[in-house]
Design a protein. Structure first.
Ligand SMILES: *[C@@H]1O[C@H](CO)[C@@H](O)[C@H](O)[C@H]1NC(C)=O
Ligand SMILES: *[C@@H]1O[C@H](CO)[C@@H](O)[C@H](O)[C@H]1NC(C)=O
Ligand SMILES: *[C@@H]1O[C@H](CO)[C@@H](O)[C@H](O)[C@H]1NC(C)=O
Ligand SMILES: *[C@@H]1O[C@H](CO)[C@@H](O)[C@H](O)[C@H]1NC(C)=O
Length: 346
C-alpha cells in the first residue's frame, strides 16, 4: 500500500490500494463485471463567482510571479480581500462523465456512488490503469456491488474549459456536482440533451435508490458545500483528504511548482487558455503526494502522466464557501484525512 502525506488540501491523494475491510459483512463478489456508459452531460450552472485582484497567468514567467504573489498575500491576508466584483454565472457547461453499474444486480447495485477527485486530476484518478485490481476505486466499488459515477471536473479531461480566472471556481463547481447529482437521481444522465459517447445507453437510465458522495481533497470541499446547500440530495458521504479546521482551504502554492499549462506541454494542454496552470515535474508530484519508501514508482509515473491543469481562479476562490454547516443533511458521514483508511465497504 502506498504511503502518502497530504500537504495540500486542494490537491489529491496519490493512489492507495482499495480493499474491502477485513471481516466486513460486505460480500465481495469476484468475477463481477460492469456495464458502463460514457456521457457528455450539459449542466446548467447558475452561481456567483468573483473577479479577484490576482496577476494574469498567460505564460510560465507569469505563473512563477503569480505563485509568489498569492503566497505572500495568503500568508498575510484573507484571499477574500482580493475580491474586485462578483461575476454572475448563468451558463451550460458540457461535463464528461462515466456511469458504471455491476452487470449482475445485487442488493447494493442501486446505491450510486458519485466520486469527485481532487484538484489537478480528471476522473481517471478513480480508475487507475496500473494494476486496476489493486488500485482502481471503480473496480473495487463494482466488486463490492455498487454503481459509480465519475466525471471530469470543469476545466479537466474532456469537459469544457472556460475562463480560468472567473469561471472555474468553487461556486460554479458546487453547482455542477449538484446538477449531476440531480440528474443521476432522476435517471436522466443520458437523456437528451446529453450525448452518449460510448457504452450501453440503457445504463444511463438507471435510477438509484440512494446516492453516496465520495470525494478527495478539493473534491471534499465541493461535497461539503453540496451537503450544506442541498442537504436532501445525498444519502451519505465519504470525505477523504479532508481535515476541517480554521486553516482548511488555505494553500501555500509557493510550496509547489506550477507552469502555464499550454506552455508546459503543448501536445497535451495546447487547448488550455489563460489562467490554467499545471504541476511541473514527477518530483513535484512526489514531494506533494508520495511519501516514504513503500509506494510503487510506476504509480508516481502514472500520476505525472495523467495530471491535469487547474485554474488560478480555483485557488483564489478557496475560502468562498466558508464551510456552512449542513443543517438539512441527515445521512451518515465519514471524514478521513487520508484515503488509506477508507474501504469501499464502509
Ligand atoms: C499581487 O498582484 C496584484 C494584482 O496584480 C497586485 O495588485 C499586487 O501589488 C501584487 N502584490 C505583490 C506583493 O506583488
Ligand atoms: C439565465 O439566463 C436565462 C436565459 O439565457 C434566463 O431566462 C434566466 O432568467 C437567467 N437566470 C438568472 C438567474 O439570471
Ligand atoms: C429537497 O429540497 C428542495 C429545496 O429545499 C425541495 O425543493 C425538494 O423538493 C426536496 N426534495 C426532496 C426529495 O425532498
Ligand atoms: C433547510 O432547508 C430549508 C428549505 O429549503 C431552508 O429554508 C433552511 O434554511 C435549511 N436549513 C439549513 C440549516 O440549511
Amino acid at each position: 500500500m502506498a504511503k502518502i502525506a497530504h500537504l495540500v488540501p486542494l490537491g489529491f491523494l496519490a493512489f492507495t490500494s482499495v480493499v474491502a475491510a477485513p471481516g466486513s459483512a460486505i460480500e465481495v463478489r469476484h468475477g463481477v463485471g460492469k456495464d458502463c456508459v460514457e456521457l457528455e452531460v450539459p449542466v446548467l450552472v447558475v452561481a456567483t463567482d468573483n473577479e479577484y485582484n490576482i496577476p494574469r497567468v498567460d505564460n510560465n514567467i507569469e505563473a512563477a510571479d503569480w505563485s509568489v504573489n498569492v503566497t505572500t498575500w495568503s500568508l498575510l491576508v484573507d484571499p477574500r480581500a482580493r475580491i474586485v466584483r462578483p461575476v454572475p454565472i448563468n451558463a451550460t457547461f458540457k461535463i464528461n462523465a462515466k456511469l458504471c453499474v455491476p452487470n449482475q444486480r445485487g442488493p447494493r447495485s442501486d446505491i450510486l456512488q458519485i466520486a469527485t477527485q481532487g484538484n489537478g486530476f480528471d476522473k481517471r484518478y478513480w480508475d487507475v490503469e496500473p494494476s486496476p485490481e489493486k488500485y482502481s476505486y471503480v473496480e473495487a466499488a463494482i466488486r463490492a456491488g455498487y454503481s459509480i459515477l465519475t466525471y471530469d471536473k470543469l476545466g479537466t479531461g474532456r469537459s469544457d474549459k472556460p475562463d480560468g480566472y472567473t469561471h472555474v471556481q468553487i461556486p460554479s463547481e458546487v453547482e455542477i456536482l449538484a446538477g449531476l447529482t440531480k440528474l443521476a437521481r432522476a435517471g436522466k444522465l443520458a437523456s437528451s440533451p446529453s450525448r452518449i459517447l460510448s457504452g450501453r445507453s440503457t445504463v444511463g437510465d438507471f435510477i438509484p435508490r440512494k446516492v453516496v458522495q465520495v470525494s478527495h481533497a478539493y473534491g471534499s470541499i465541493l461535497v461539503q458545500s453540496v451537503l450544506s446547500k442541498y442537504g436532501n440530495l445525498s444519502d451519505a458521504a465519504i470525505l477523504t483528504g479532508f481535515y476541517p479546521s480554521s486553516k482548511q482551504g488555505i494553500v501555500n502554492v509557493g510550496y509547489s511548482d506550477h507552469e502555464y499549462a499550454a506552455e508546459h506541454d503543448r501536445n497535451k494542454f495546447g487547448d488550455y487558455g489563460p489562467g490554467y496552470i499545471v504541476l511541473t515535474t514527477r518530483t513535484t508530484q512526489q514531494r506533494l503526494f508520495f511519501h516514504g519508501e513503500e509506494f510503487e514508482p510506476r504509480l508516481l509515473d502514472h500520476a505525472n502522466w495523467i495530471k491535469q491543469p487547474k485554474t488560478v481562479g480555483t485557488f483564489a476562490s478557496q475560502l468562498t464557501n466558508q464551510f456552512i454547516p449542513a443543517g438539512n443533511f441527515t445521512g451518515p458521514v465519514k471524514v478521513s484525512f487520508s484515503m488509506a483508511f477508507i474501504s469501499v465497504s464502509t
